[in-house]
Ligand binder design. Structure first.
Ligand code: AMP
Length: 115
C-alpha cells in the first residue's frame, strides 16, 4: 500500500473540505474543481486499484454508488444530473493512488468525456 494525500486527510494530517463522512467513506470537495460541484468519494480503507477491491471487498463497488447517490441528493444535483468518473491506472489518468470516485455537476457538462 502506498501512503497518499487521501490517507493523510483521513488520518487528520492534512486539511480537507469534508462534506460527509461515515465509517466507510468520506466525501470531500476536490481542491481543483472541474465543475461548480466537484466531490471526491473516498473509501476509508485504502485500495490501490479496482483489482484490489475485487480481491478484498467486492461489496465496495455497490456501496460507492450508494454514497455517490446520497452525495448528489445532498448537493441538490440529483434531479438535473451529474457525472461520475473513476480514473484507473496510469492511462486512466489516476494521480492519487487511493481508490476514489469523482462526482461532478452543478452546471451543464459538455458531451466530451476525454480530452
Ligand atoms: P485522480 O486523477 O482521479 O487521481 O484525481 C485526484 C484528484 O484529487 C484531483 O482531481 C485533485 O484535484 C484532487 N486532490 C488532490 N489533492 C487534494 C486535496 N488535498 N484535497 C482535495 N482534493 C485533492
Amino acid at each position: 500500500m502506498i501512503e497518499d494525500i487521501f490517507c493523510e486527510i483521513l488520518k487528520g494530517e492534512r486539511k480537507a473540505d469534508v462534506v460527509f463522512k461515515d465509517k466507510d467513506f468520506w466525501v470531500i470537495k476536490d481542491i481543483n474543481p472541474q465543475a461548480n460541484i466537484h466531490l471526491l468519494i473516498v473509501p476509508v480503507n485504502h485500495f490501490d486499484s479496482i483489482k484490489e477491491i475485487k480481491e478484498k471487498d467486492e461489496a465496495m463497488f455497490g456501496r460507492i454508488f450508494q454514497v455517490a447517490d446520497r452525495a448528489a441528493i445532498e448537493a441538490g444535483i440529483d434531479e438535473k444530473g451529474y457525472r461520475l468518473i473513476l480514473n484507473e491506472g496510469q492511462d486512466g489518468g489516476k494521480v492519487v493512488p487511493h481508490f476514489h470516485m469523482h462526482l461532478l455537476g452543478g452546471n451543464k457538462l459538455g458531451p466530451k468525456i476525454v480530452n
